[in-house]
Design a protein around this ligand. Sequence first.
Ligand code: SF4
Length: 301
Amino acid sequence: MDMKYDAQIYRPPKEYKSLLLQVTNGCTHNKCKFCGMYRYTNFGMESLEQIEKDVIEASQHPYYSKSKRVFLLNGNPFVLSADRLVQISNIIQKHIPTVEVISCYASIKDIENKSEEDLRRIKEAKISDLYIGVESGNDEALKFINKGNNVEEAVKQMSRLDKYGYYYYAMVLTGLMGSGEDKAILNGRLTGEMLSKVNCRGIFPMSVTLVPGTELWDMYQRGEYIEASEYDRLIELKTMIENLNPSATALLSSAHNSNTMYIKGIVPLDNKRMLSEIDEILKEATKEEMEEWIDRRRINL
Ligand code: SF4
């Protein structure tokens, strides 16, 4: 297929079968201290003409012509106006009528900037699955990484999505505050408490990994930031699960290569089983052994 892709593509694992459609480039925020994804990419919108050309191209492909899901690229397409998002959806549905769900990354600010009517229209246009980098339920951590929103705002905006029946997935990061079991326990608890107040469909923990060129990397090089140990990260994940008790069930999956261990279950139904799996690892492996499990300098993010 000859579709237009200008930059490095990032997509959640769940979207591995989806048609990937470029509607923006980069991320409008681009200030998170740990993130190097779009550091050298200026934010830009793809033209509707090009988007339609790409969708027509996909509609002639034997597999993508029957797509059920389309994932809009790149860092936060939900920043686009409701009018533009609906136009994009109309183009997709005109040429690939089998599409049932359109998904994309979204930031808390993007949601905040939408009116109630916007949220209703966008959801109605099948743009109904959002991946949100909420990162942490700890205000201190969010401030430290320059996330651009606080915990209260995150809860408020995710609750607005609940009102309109969006499916949204919270990506959280263990190890953000660096080395120390006390920090891990605090972050884990606050993140668990935050996610218990909303009804996200999925909770996808990842773990901070230093990327050259980012502010966090520079701090590390200057000795101003000490990475969390693998043990700390596991303790944070464990504490988060202990504190997760949302009123609706959510899939929790740590199937990301930045995590110390793979864990999967339905929150809160499987909390006990997931916690016992983590406890078993904590009992069996020493802290030193855990450090051998992941070479963070080799992780390809
Ligand atoms: S983490 Fe997300 S919001 Fe932050 S700079 Fe990276 S892409 Fe943008």
